[in-house]
Design a protein around this ligand. Structure first.
Ligand code: GUN
Ligand code: ZN
Length: 464
């Protein structure tokens, strides 16, 4: 049985770069989306132009004045920080990790605790309309098993990998393993949860190699992870970590990485060049299924190398404000050609809701001291949808409503949140139709409160 969803559609058609997003923007006020039995989009357009359908084989769901958008894609968040929103760290990244986060993550050793947290995590994702997520997992295999199981049970799409740590301060000790165990546990997780080649086309859940950041591992770990990733890369396994996030000076993260590895750039540590002087010590972890979170303080050569290897950036401005990390330079970053997708970085980012991240992105980039820019509403939608699909190498399956894509969708009902409803109904709109479209999308994305998000679908199935 097919399903016809009626509503006010916004999406970006094709495979646009962020610079091409405005041209790719499609608005269909009285729109319809026809989804087949397998959850694949058959047709998208004006309801009046819908294909002739045999009434007996189509269920019609009329969402009224609600907006239908592609599901939100969160390319950076932390499972074991599910209960750590607005945890006080008394400082920036390294203080916050030591004071609040490492001890919170250590509690996931208890499997019952982790099981409750996994349920909560998936519930929050569905409530926030996040249909696909790239997740930093727990260090503990049992906690990981319950999270993978919960994703599968709830029908969420995602990429998950256990957090790898082989060195660190005392507070991180419960999360650390030996070098050998780091590789064994990661490899076991991939074998257990990553789909086989035959399963991959239909799979919703995948695995990733996830060293926490360069300060949590050693040259020995990087060498072994390079071998491991080289072995599994062909099966579509992902790689993710943090890059150039916080505090270039003093004893902050970036200075500590450059100092302890004696490398020219932070990216070199993930690129096989982790020996002093950036000498090659192993295989690169970069590629089209690699995502680096933050990239606030990248050198031009790092951006170029990411673009060249098709490594993406997970842009997490709410987190960057919370930890005082600075602002990723928007124009310089996208000019390099690197793909930039949105991430909450929960829980340094204190929201689950991707439109909150877009709202913050707009505000920080219009306030950049060097190259201020007002992000176009289509660029905001790109960050949340197309760029996320591209970062996860899933652009042939998700990210928009083109026929052949899988129907990952959110329903936003402006009647559920009066400030949004009022602004759309009574706010001033331009006479020019294109400007009206841009203005409407901007309001939907910027003024949307999570209470207005009423339904979340993955591959045509409504998630509960
Ligand atoms: N760098 C290393 N670990 C973390 C983390 O948990 N959160 C953030 N924001 N940055 C990190
Ligand atoms: Zn993070």
């Amino acid at each position: 049985m097919s399903t016809l969803h009626r509503g006010h559609i916004f999406h970006l058609t094709g495979t646009p770069t962020v610079q091409e997003a405005a041209e790719a923007l499609v608005e269909v006020p009285d729109g319809a989306l026809l989804v087949d039995d397998d959850g694949v989009i058959e047709w998208c357009g004006r309801h009046a132009d819908r294909p002739q359908l045999d009434g007996a084989s189509v269920e019609v769901i009329d969402h009224g004045d609600a907006f239908l958008l592609p599901g939100f894609i969160d390319t950076h968040m932390h499972f074991p920080q599910v209960n750590s929103i607005d945890a006080y760290g008394g400082g920036q990244l390294l203080e916050w990790l030591t004071e609040s986060i490492f001890p919170a993550e250590a509690r996931f050793e208890n499997e019952d605790f982790a099981a409750g947290a996994a349920k909560e995590f998936c519930h929050r994702l569905i409530s926030a309309g996040t249909t696909t997520s790239l997740v930093f997992g727990s260090a503990f295999p049992a906690a990981q098993d319950v999270l993978f199981g919960e994703y599968r049970k709830r029908g969420l799409r995602g990429v998950i990998g256990r957090g790898i740590q082989t060195v660190g301060p005392d507070a991180a000790k419960p999360l650390m393993t030996s070098e050998k165990d780091a590789i064994r546990l990661t490899s076991d997780e991939i074998e257990k949860w990553h789909p086989s080649e035959a399963e991959a086309r239909d799979a919703l859940v995948f695995t990733a190699v996830v060293p926490r950041f360069s300060l949590s591992v050693t040259t020995e770990t990087f060498a072994a992870l390079g071998e491991l990733y080289d072995h599994f890369r062909g099966r579509g396994v992902y790689f993710t970590s943090h890059l150039n996030e916080n505090n270039r000076s003093g004893d902050g993260e970036i200075a500590a990485v450059l100092g302890s590895y004696q490398v020219e750039t932070y990216l070199d540590t993930y690129d096989g060049r982790f020996l002093p002087g950036s000498k090659i010590g192993g295989k690169s972890l970069l590629g089209p299924r690699s995502v680096m979170a933050h990239c606030v303080h990248c050198q031009d050569s790092e951006l170029e190398r990411m673009a060249e290897t098709r490594t993406s950036v997970a842009h997490c401005p709410t987190s960057q404000l919370f930890l005082g990390s600075g602002t990723m330079p928007w124009l310089r970053t996208i000019a390099s050609g690197v793909n930039v997708a949105a991430g909450t970085d929960l829980a340094a980012g204190d929201t689950w809701f991707i439109p909150d991240v877009l709202n913050t992105a707009f505000k920080v980039h219009i306030s950049e001291p060097e190259q201020a820019t007002a992000l176009h509403p289509a660029e905001l939608l790109h960050l949340a949808t197309v760029a996320g699909a591209r970062a996860l190498d899933l652009e042939d399956r998700i990210g928009n409503f083109d026929p052949g894509r899988e129907a990952d969708m959110v329903v936003i009902d402006p009647a559920r949140w009066e400030p949004l409803g009022n602004s759309l109904e009574w706010g001033l709109r331009a006479d020019d139709p294109l400007k009206r479209t841009y203005g409407r999308l901007f309001t939907v994305l910027m003024a949307c409160n999570q209470v207005a998000l009423t339904e979340t679908y993955v591959r045509g199935r409504k998630l509960e």
